[in-house]
Design a protein. Structure first.
Length: 47
């Protein structure tokens, strides 16, 4: 999934809640549950 969101993540200037919990990162929204994309365990920094 990272490839789908890379360009949008790259242009972010900060990673505050209001910057990342936005519609373009929303994966699921039903009732009072919303799920947003987060690049967790997809990227390995070998440096």
């Amino acid at each position: 999934m990272f490839e789908n969101y890379f360009d949008q993540i790259r242009i972010l200037t900060s990673f505050n809640k209001e910057d990342i919990l936005i519609k373009k990162f929303e994966l699921y929204n039903k009732g009072n549950m919303k799920i947003y994309y987060a690049p967790h365990n997809e990227i390995i920094n070998n440096k």
